[in-house]
Design a protein around this ligand. Sequence first.
Ligand code: HEM
Length: 519
Amino acid sequence: MALLGASGLLLPSAAILLAIYTAYLAIYRLFLSPLAKIPGPRWAALTYWYECYYDLFLPAQYVFKIKQLHDQYGPIVRITPDEVSIADPDFFDTIYAPGPGHKRDKDPEKSKALGFSTSIGATVGHDLHRKRREPLNPFFSHRSIARLAPKLHDKIQQLEENLARAAAAGDVVNLSDLYYAFANDIVNEYCFGHSQNLLADPPLAHVQRKNVDSVLRGVKFNLHFSWIRDLIHRFPPALSARFTPPAIRDMIRFRTGIRRDIDRVLNHAPPPTDKEAHPSTTDTTQQSVFTSLRDSPSLPDSEKSPQRLEDEATLLVMAGTQSTQLSLTIAHYHLLANPQLMARLRAELATTTTATPLSTLEKLPYLTATMQEAHRLGFGVTGRNPRVAPDENITYTDPQTNQVYVLPPGTSTSTSTFLVHANADLFPDPFAFDPDRWLGPAGVARRRYQLAFSRGPHICIGMHLANAEMAVALAAMARWDLRLFETGAEDVAMRHDYHILMPRLDSEGVRVRVLGRAG
Ligand code: HEM
């Protein structure tokens, strides 16, 4: 009885406490928070359910809603109780790349979503990020990537073998899968000294690409409910297998493969050799990124734990595959959908051969402009990736009203590439694929608004690798006559923000029939 009486009192008391806390939180967020005066919808200021609705129920549409909010409220909008979006392209560097002497952390809540928390991409603290990134930088410099040219050419040869086979058999080719395989083989070989040789197995590339898509489709759920994912991870494996959504199961499988590679590196075991492998898929003579990290004197042992290196490798392989695949697919789709653009590219490439060095390809203006335009419409990382200034105010002056807004240290502040790349003042007719906008003096001036690789301390580490892969692949693929097969603009257009662009969710990718080599 006494117990019943106690629990009978406990519940109402807990309910009253919860009601008081909720009321306090609402009053704080709406009236007392330092962000209370920032324009924006009251619901967004009051509760994360506003963002959650656009992220989970529509789904992955908040990036588009934020653009509408800016049209309604102006260049600065409070988009969650704790985050402010600034749609001013000239303010991008203040948020992301403020220069020496200014620190920018990542927002820990947003960093959780992808799940590889000790990778450089998810590292929250400015200083720790720098320590982790420094030993990786030399591998991804322009000069190091230039040395990869022979490997890239081997992979191009394999890519073209796929087209030749399809031409002979009259098969439909899925370019999204081929580019996935191409980028995945290269980044794996660079990281671990071997790859799965996916270019030899496009159906497997298709399965893996779809798996990564479904993993990415989980990022919004993880953003809002990462505690559920973390809870499931604590269950015994047999139980967690029953509750784990397919997307997370795919991620676990993917990471198990990465972990095998990391264990092999840490145990000084040689990369596996595959008799079927293409000559370029295994290279035991070269140091790979991870053998070098293992041997790096500048990284303390605590930074070389299997878990940390697994996180790093997962990010490198995922980012190095998916984003490059997207930009390549977008470029190639638009070249095929607009024969006049393909004709311009072919005219420029007429002076080149398959042996033309990467350094020459990189200087071709129309090829470069085509790549820039594909990056622009790929939107890089479509998620907002907010930054937090830990020890200084961020001050923004609305150019229209001259109103000054002071965001105190710790405020999560963001802009998205979508807000910049789809800005019609900077890029007229912003959803049209128009490489010309990157040419001439106006094109050069526009480059400061190319944010696909971001800027500042977290600028994409794989930018030179991605551009090298794209230059050689587009130059080679332009030599083939392909016809789009059951593919339209909706298969490459940004329709959802799942950290990176996702087109219509039932898209099969960009598919083509191969007519033969271009005459
Ligand atoms: C067209 C292709 C690519 C695009 C558009 C792209 C875009 C980006 C963007 C926007 C960021 C910054 C994210 C942030 O602010 O947190 C980033 C970071 C990163 N990218 Fe890429 N990326 C591409 C290719 C690659 C490749 C080929 C690799 C690997 C070799 C790679 C590895 C990474 C890593 C490790 C980071 C984290 C860097 C850090 O936080 O310090 N990316 N990428």
